[in-house]
Write a protein that binds this ligand. Sequence first.
Ligand code: AMP
Length: 147
Amino acid sequence: MYYEHILVAVDLTEECDPVVKRALALCEGRDGTKLSLVHIVEPMAMAFGGDVPMDLSQLQQQQFDQAKERLDRLITKYPALKKENSHLTYGQPRQEIHHLAKEQGCDMIVVGSHGRHGLALLLGSTANDVLHGAPCDVLAVHLVKRT
Ligand code: AMP
């Protein structure tokens, strides 16, 4: 069985390389497999946990512009990734990734996973989040722990 449309979720850190490479490996020798890319910019108010008594719109815009630049760089680095199949959006990663996967008819989502344990496990991970209630298969690419 081959996947028809793979959605690669990237956090735009240096750790997204192994995630992208694994997704590319899934497409190898398959002309028909479409590859889409997504990065979600989390609204700052959300990251701070709700109401923040200042205007974050300028900072938010900078954050979005920076993410766009990084996403463009990633697309340039891997010619198999196409700008027209890349998505940059505001929101909560799990929700937006699921929404996009459904909307685009993806049959596989690829994310990175740090294989957390101990205290870090309590904080949760995006891979875990994405897995729960996912509309399709999810591949969690094992990432070497950050030091
Ligand atoms: P984390 O659990 O936050 O360390 O992230 C693990 C993986 O989740 C990353 O390697 C990405 O595949 C995905 N991910 C994390 N944050 C985002 C984001 N903002 N947008 C898209 N994917 C993300």
